[in-house]
Design a protein around this ligand. Structure first.
Ligand code: WT7
Length: 572
């Protein structure tokens, strides 16, 4: 495919020459920036906050927080004190010890960030839950991880079935919660009384830092464990790819419930000592532009769905705001349509830099850099220190322009450490030749640019969120009217994909619009709004293998009017 590349915009970038860095870079070079290389004591939250709070950056703004009601700023020194308070509360009243799982389930507020950092300082593994999760999703994750402590809000508490979670010992509430002796504690109240000093619990390189649950095509969501040494790559990619520099005002729009929101909403910027913007509340195009204009955001990391929604809100709205502070714009999560890249050139006069990575990989791996021409539609090239290739199903490397499995050579610092409670699942990601296989299909062109083609499995990406069809199907069949359900991703111009469910009803139920809506609501209330099917189609019978597995690829072929392929395993 021939596309017009967008040329490099001259500038003073943190990665001046991609080719040179690929030649000479080694991950061990990075370690010297961290204090542990001198002291031997490691903790990612200490490196992200305290190292700066105890330096010339003490009074530099670390966090600008904005939502409808709050407009606050915190220096690195404030962040150190607040995270120390949180760490004191968690260890004193929550008995948190090294390796314990502490989950956070709350909206994006400064307290969420104090809690995450405090939990990391106390040696805990932090499990962030997206605030839209409903009871079933919350329970699965707390149960699988044997979470000991949960920090949430009185409103979200309704979705926490704590009496069914024996490992959960302590719950902290943020907000005007009623303290109940022994069970619920008021986090703010305790923090007000807590000391601002705390000696971080020192960790080993491979001790747990974050536990992010993510969906595959089968089974329940799996817990992807990231460890403290990942900070090496959080730091370095934020430097090279986000191009973070001392004076930047950086805004990552992702929620910490997803890996982008922890790695590039917390660690990437703060490990670099950069001012970070956090915006709470719902997405509103007008507000987003206001944030950029009022805070003078210079580096902006968002997602294709958000850009497409901004595009839909019209160019006139862009013109009403002064966005001239922007110097670097990036995207992640789904294919970034060339059309969106062209729109970005038109309205922001900026190239939108696509980046590719996954929950499992822990940091960016294939990216477009400021110091590189961009081919709209391409994910870019592997970061220095990482080897990527297209391999066949046996692990043989394929030549340029051949489609195959997008694979990464094992051994980058932020790679997941394991799948929680499921070492076999972890091992299943690898192929002969030490290739980590992503589950994405792609090809590489002659110039080494990678082009995303699709998912190999049935995982759905809707509005940038990864949804496992099995999880939705399992919820659907819990509804009394549903006998069988098959769920697919259906292409959608704004959301990338939407969730479509095919349903066979039980005897005695009739197809009605009300029933369809009721089933939709059932998933929405039981799992999460973003996991509820936008379309439901009723069928007398669903295509299945002889062993009884719903054949999603046949459903997809029906939906898209494509050939159904090999049907030899289908039941009669
Ligand atoms: C899947 C991973 C950690 C990033 C947020 C998503 C898709 C991710 C791109 C991109 C096309 C992309 C892939 C990948 N994806 N980035 N730039 N272009 N597809 O993380 O929820 O773990 O999902 O997102 O299919 O496998 P995730």
């Amino acid at each position: 495919m021939k596309v017009e590349a967008l040329p490099i915009v001259p500038g003073n970038y943190q990665l001046p020459s991609y080719e040179e860095a690929r030649e000479s870079f080694s991950w061990s070079d990075v370690e010297s920036v961290f204090s542990w290389s001198m002291t031997g004591k490691m903790n990612a939250a200490y490196e992200a906050i305290d190292r700066h709070a105890l330096s010339f950056r003490k009074n530099k703004v670390a966090l600008y927080y904005r939502d409808e009601n709050r407009s606050e700023s915190y220096t690195f020194f404030d962040m150190m004190k607040n995270s120390n308070k949180a760490a004191n509360v968690l260890t004193q009243y929550g008995n948190v010890e090294k390796g314990d799982r502490v989950f956070v389930f709350m909206p994006r507020t400064p307290e969420l960030y104090f809690t995450i950092l405090g939990a990391v300082k106390s040696g805990a593994i932090v499990g962030p839950l997206f605030e839209a999760f409903m009871e079933g999703a919350v329970k699965d994750r707390l149960e699988d991880s044997d979470a000991k402590v949960l920090v949430t809000t009185p409103e979200l508490m309704e979705r926490v079935p704590y009496d069914q979670l024996p490992a959960l010992e302590h719950i902290f509430l943020v907000g005007d919660g009623i303290e109940e002796e022994g069970k619920f504690l008021d986090l703010n109240k305790r923090m007000n009384e807590a000391s601002t000093s705390f000696e971080p619990v020192w960790m080993e390189k491979t001790d747990g830092l974050l536990l992010h649950y993510t969906s595959g095509s089968t089974g329940k969501p799996k817990g992807v464990l990231h460890v403290h040494q990942a900070m090496v790559q959080h730091y370095q990619t934020a430097k090279w790819v986000l191009d973070l520099q001392e004076e930047d005002i950086y805004w990552c729009t992702a929620d910490p419930g997803w890996v982008t929101g922890t790695v590039y909403g917390i660690f990437g910027p703060w490990l670099n000592g950069v001012t970070n913007v956090i915006v709470g509340g719902r997405f509103k195009p007008e507000n987003w532009y206001k944030v950029i204009a009022s805070l003078g955001v210079t580096v902006w990391y968002s997602a294709p769905t958000a850009f497409r929604m901004l595009m839909g809100a019209g160019d006139a709205l862009v013109k009403e705001h002064d966005l001239s502070s922007l110097r670097h714009v990036l995207s992640v999560g789904e294919p970034l349509n060339p059309e969106v890249v062209r729109w970005g050139m038109k309205v922001f006069n900026k190239r939108i830099h696509d980046t590719w990575w996954m929950t499992e990989t822990g940091s960016q791996l294939i990216c477009n850099y400021p110091s590189m021409p961009i081919k709209p539609g391409s994910m870019g090239k592997p970061i220095p220190g990482v080897e990527a290739a297209i391999v066949d199903d046996q692990g043989n490397v394929l030549p340029p322009n051949r489609m195959g499995n997008l694979a990464i050579k094992r051994g980058w610092p932020s790679m997941m450490h394991t799948i929680w409670n499921n070492e076999a699942k972890y091992e299943s990601y690898f192929m002969p030749g030490d290739w980590y296989v992503s589950g994405d299909s792609a090809y590489m062109d002659e110039e080494g640019y990678f082009w995303f083609q699709g998912r190999i499995d049935d995982v759905i990406m809707t509005s940038g969120e990864r949804v496992g069809p099995f999880e939705v199907e399992s919820k659907l069949v819990e509804h009394p009217a549903v006998a069988e359900a098959g769920v697919i991703g259906k292409p959608d111009p704004v959301r990338g994909e939407i969730i479509k469910a095919f349903i066979a009803l039980r005897e005695g139920y009739e197809v009605t619009d009300e029933l369809s809506e009721e089933i939709r609501q059932f998933v929405k209330k039981g799992l999460a709004a973003h996991a509820a099917p936008r379309e439901i189609e009723f069928k007398d019978k669903l295509p299945k293998t002889r062993s009884g597995k719903i054949m999603r690829r046949v459903l997809k072929a029906w939906e898209l009017d494509l050939p159904t392929g090999d049907l030899s395993t289908m039941e009669d």
